[in-house]
Design a protein around this ligand. Structure first.
Ligand SMILES: Cc1cc2nc3c(=O)[nH]c(=O)nc-3n(C[C@H](O)[C@H](O)[C@H](O)COP(=O)(O)O)c2cc1C
Length: 191
């Protein structure tokens, strides 16, 4: 069975509603493993041996997180610095090369509404554009960029909206890898 690894980076998962709803929906899917990275590494000291092995064992990789200041939570940047640097700059032949060609999907929740992520809106740029550094990272590492899974107004979403988001997420996970996108294309939800 294809195994899908979701690395969840949430600085305060105990207070999460959106990412919790997504994780719970994903957890019911066949072949899906979710790793709560903040719980595993509360002090930020990442076990790179374990995390490199985890990536090599995964067929598909998902990075799930709440958007914070138009970017990722700090532990995700720490994971890139520790794990991807080792795999792609230090041990490319024995490690990085082994995960090339695998699909990578971002699953991110944003507090603000879609209209805020427009030229006239509060945040000026589409969220997809703000995720470009992750897309560049995927490209650099030979991972196959997937259309990001994004939810907006996350902290205002009611239980029904979160359930719908969870179902949508589960479907995206199931279909992951079937649409390989190397460059971002405008999506209907991001005006
Ligand atoms: C420090 C911090 C920074 C945030 N920055 C943003 C932001 O740049 N854009 C945005 O839309 N929401 C922002 N938010 C809101 C979170 O993205 C939102 O609360 C989260 O996605 C909700 O998911 P959860 O229920 O899983 O915590 C921020 C929240 C915090 C705590």
């Amino acid at each position: 069975m294809t195994n899908t690894l979701i690395l969840l980076f949430h600085p305060a998962y105990e207070r999460s509603r959106a990412n919790r709803a997504l994780s719970e929906a994903a957890a019911g899917q066949p072949g899906v493993t979710i790793v709560d990275m903040q719980a595993l590494y509360p002090d930020g000291a990442i076990d790179t041996d374990a995390e490199v092995a985890r990536l090599i064992a995964a067929d598909r990789i998902v990075l799930q997180f709440p958007v914070q200041w138009y970017s990722t939570p700090p532990l995700l940047k720490g994971w890139q610095d520790a794990v991807l640097t080792r795999m792609f700059y230090v041990a490319y032949e024995s490690e990085g090369r082994l995960i090339e060609g695998r699909p990578l999907m971002i699953a991110a929740s944003a507090g603000n509404v879609p209209e805020a992520y427009t030229p006239a809106g509060q945040n000026r740029f589409p969220l997809r554009e703000l995720l470009r550094p992750l897309e560049a990272t995927a490209y650099r590492c030979g991972l196959v960029w997937q259309e990001p899974f994004l939810i907006y107004a996350a902290h205002k979403a009611d239980a029904e909206a979160l359930q719908v988001a969870g179902e949508h997420y589960a479907r995206r996970l199931a279909g992951m890898g079937s649409q390989a996108v190397r460059r971002s294309e405008p999506a209907p939800s991001d005006a």
